[in-house]
Write a protein that binds this ligand. Structure first.
Ligand code: ADP
Ligand code: MG
Length: 702
């Protein structure tokens, strides 16, 4: 057995049975370089040799192991392809099926002969009256020897055609792992501390690696997989929980030990409607945070219209009541103005002023406002990016509220916080983009998350309609009826570029069409190519009712409140993400009128697109929809970009493995509470460094 951790850095070419050529292909194809890398090449799943499916019971749904004799090989021209097709058959004594290889099959010819007994593994397909396996995995069997003798449980690794060409197949992987085991006993240092392993019933690393790659039973392999899933979540959570710990120990915030007189006065005299249970609960959570002298860092997630603004107001009342100032930042001027209007309405009876600071605020007015902020005369300011500019000085900034927080960069949020020297203010982040809990924990594990689950009572439900191009007349009719009642409408298009190939009507063409179809109404247009002033103006005109129809792209997605708008039409709805459509739907149904969200699809929409849209028509809850969306598109696409700061998970699945994630998070919290610097766990500290480096994650907060 080799000694020392250096062995893990050994290039794979040195492993017996590998050789330089295979090592080269392995690195080029799947990025494995060292012994350590090979250990983390996870099998996709396991097949049990003992579970042999008769060909007569083959199911098109499942991959299975078949056992039989190979028929003669035939090479056939493949119509429309340059490479010929290789065909054989498999006969298990009762029934037969075809085996087909479309390319890269030379190795099959070299290794197998007609009449040979094999295991063939694959998922059967059925076409033109024939049952067949395409590119099956073949395992040769020796006469009279049970397959169990070789290996009962068969790890299935992700293979590519090039790997197969250099005989890097499952059999070879098995040999390589046996060799590596002989050399090292897989004796890597375990990054998971022993007390965590004991508490969460996790296999020690060497044993888990053995069970993963050289399993004696499927059950054992599954236990090993569980451990590695746990480990993957655990490492990320340790990193996030540690970041949170550092934030809380490095900075102090003012502690608001009393809720203060304003909360009570507002609650008893001026509260415009009873709060929902969710709102109350979230306000309590905020209050618990603000009592502490560590900065609150809390994200409020609530569906559009769930009433996040009044929750933010309560946080503001606590801060102001304790003698501190509040800054609320929104991503657009229209939104900032909307918030200013609400806050003024709520705060003026209490004798509190609210400033509005926008890029477009005239200089003289701006100067007066800045003076009042600096002296502390003004307790509350609402604005856009203008709020963190250099000239802005606060007297005692105690709370920052950031609406649609994902629209701001980390730096921009930090620039606002730094205005509160020598303190850190408490921070409240708001978002209407529901993020499933697993994703939230992995993305914002260093932030506390509160969720507003229910909508205020008495909302007019939005009727969701799925319509095809052929039904457009009916759609225009509905729109016309609403416009005649004095209501307004949004019409959304997927993109703005003209592209020759695409059959999408770009938004400008749509605009012209709408103008021509509804000449008696005023139509506005808004898209990402317009200057921000133009966008703001278009939104403003629509809000004031000076335009009745707003044609646009998803720019209108962000939380604008136009209660008079009752119709939302989305063109080519099949091109949008589910969560995005749900957000768009939230633009209507904000007043007391019945509203409609109409999703238009091509006459022959794809089945997948259609089932997604049906889910949308069926569910109203944004979290439910976000979960479905995440499941359908995967985390990368769901978040829209790769920037998100979410590491790639190799074995864990963000959707299926939520219970494991919850446990891993708990374990990380236990660990950091016990030893925040990881002094007692050097193996973990080292692993974490490598992990952060590999996934380009920050170990420390800004
Ligand atoms: P969002 O969470 O999308 O920001 P808002 O805070 O804009 O939602 O609230 C949407 C509308 O619902 C506003 O007009 C607000 O005054 C109203 N509202 C909020 N909470 C309640 C409640 N508990 N009961 C009735 N109406 C409410
Ligand atoms: Mg809002």
């Amino acid at each position: 057995m080799m000694e020392g951790p250096e062995v893990w850095h050994t290039p794979l070419a040195y492993l017996k049975g590998m050789g330089p050529r295979r090592a080269q292909v392995l690195e080029a194809e799947v990025g494995l370089k060292t012994y350590a890398d090979l250990l983390e090449y996870f099998p996709r799943r396991y097949l049990d040799y003992a579970q042999i499916t008769p060909i007569s019971q083959a199911s098109l749904e499942h991959e299975a192991v078949f056992r039989g004799r190979l028929g003669p090989f035939q090479v056939r021209a493949h119509p429309g392809r340059s490479q010929a097709l290789l065909i054989s058959t498999l006969y298990d004594g009762r029934a037969w099926m075809e085996l087909r290889w479309y390319q890269g099959w030379e190795w099959v010819r070299q290794k197998f002969q007609a009449g040979q007994e094999v295991l063939a593994i694959g998922r059967p397909q059925y076409r033109k009256g024939k049952l067949f396996l395409a590119h099956p995995e073949l395992i040769p069997l020796r006469e009279g020897v049970s397959p169990n003798t070789y290996l009962r449980v068969y790890p299935v690794y992700p293979l590519t055609e090039k790997l197969r060409q250099v005989q890097l197949d499952h059999k070879r992987f098995h040999m390589l792992f046996e060799e590596l085991y002989r050399l090292t006993q897989f004796a890597r240092e375990d990054p998971i501390p022993e007390f965590i392993r004991a508490e969460y019933d996790l296999m020690p690393l060497p044993e888990a690696l053995r069970a993963l790659h050289l399993p004696t039973s499927v059950e054992e392999a599954e236990r090993a997989r569980y451990r590695f899933k746990f480990q993957e979540f655990f490492l990320l959570q340790v990193l996030l929980v540690r970041r949170k710990y550092l934030l809380q120990t490095q900075y102090t915030a003012p502690s608001f030990s009393q809720v203060g007189p304003l909360v009570r006065e507002f609650y008893h005299k001026y509260l415009p409607f009873p709060l929902t249970e969710s709102q109350k609960q979230v306000i309590r959570e905020i209050w618990q945070d603000m009592r502490q002298n560590v900065p609150m860092n809390r994200l409020i997630q609530g569906d559009v219209g769930s009433g996040k603004t009044i929750v933010a107001l309560f946080a503001a009342l606590i801060a102001i009541g304790n003698g501190y100032q509040v800054a609320l930042m929104a991503p657009t001027e229209v939104l900032a103005e909307q918030h200013a209007r609400s806050f003024r309405k709520w705060l003026s009876p209490l004798g509190l002023g609210v400033g509005l600071l926008l890029g477009s605020t005239p200089p003289a007015q701006k100067k007066r406002l800045l003076a009042k902020l600096a002296t502390g005369e003004l307790p509350c300011v609402i604005g856009t990016h203008a709020l963190f500019q250099k000239a802005v000085q606060y007297h005692r900034l105690g709370l920052t509220i950031i609406d649609e927080q994902h629209k701001f960069g980390v730096r921009q949020r930090a620039a606002l916080w730094e205005k509160a020297q020598p303190y850190r203010p408490h921070n409240l982040l708001l978002t209407a983009t529901p993020i499933p809990r697993t994703l939230a924990l992995s993305l914002y594990g260093d932030v506390d998350v509160s969720i507003i689950r229910e909508l205020p009572p008495g909302r007019q439900p939005v009727q969701t309609l799925l319509r095809t191009e052929a039904q457009r007349r009916e759609v225009w009719q509905l729109l016309r009826t609403e416009l005649q009642k004095g209501r307004q409408a949004y019409i959304i298009y997927p993109i703005i570029e003209e592209s020759e190939k695409s059959d999408l009507k770009p938004v400008t063409e749509g605009y012209e069409l709408i103008c021509a179809t509804f000449p008696e109404y005023k139509v506005g247009m808004i898209h990402g190519r317009l200057s921000s002033e133009r966008k703001e103006r278009e939104m403003q005109l629509f809000k004031l009712g000076q335009t009745q129809i707003l044609v646009g792209t998803t720019v209108v997605e962000v939380g604008v409140d136009v209660p008079n708008a009752t119709v939302l039409i989305v063109e080519h709805a099949d091109r949008f993400g589910l969560s995005q459509l749900h957000q768009l739907r939230g633009r209507v149904g904000r007043g007391s009128y019945p509203s409609y969200a109409i999703f238009i699809v091509p006459n022959t929409p794809g089945e997948v697109a259609l089932s997604r849209l049906r889910a949308l028509a069926q569910y109203k809850d944004g979290f439910r929809i976000a979960e479905i969306d995440l499941k359908l598109r995967g985390p990368g696409d769901f978040l829209g970009t790769k920037q998100s700061g979410l590491p790639e998970f190799k074995i864990a699945d963000l959707i299926e493995d939520q219970p494991i994630l919850e446990k891993a998070r708990l374990a990380a919290q236990q660990l950091i509470a016990q030893d925040p610097t990881l002094q007692l766990y050097p193996a973990l500290a080292q692993y974490l460094l490598e992990y952060a480096d590999k996934h380009r994650l920050e170990l420390f907060t800004a």
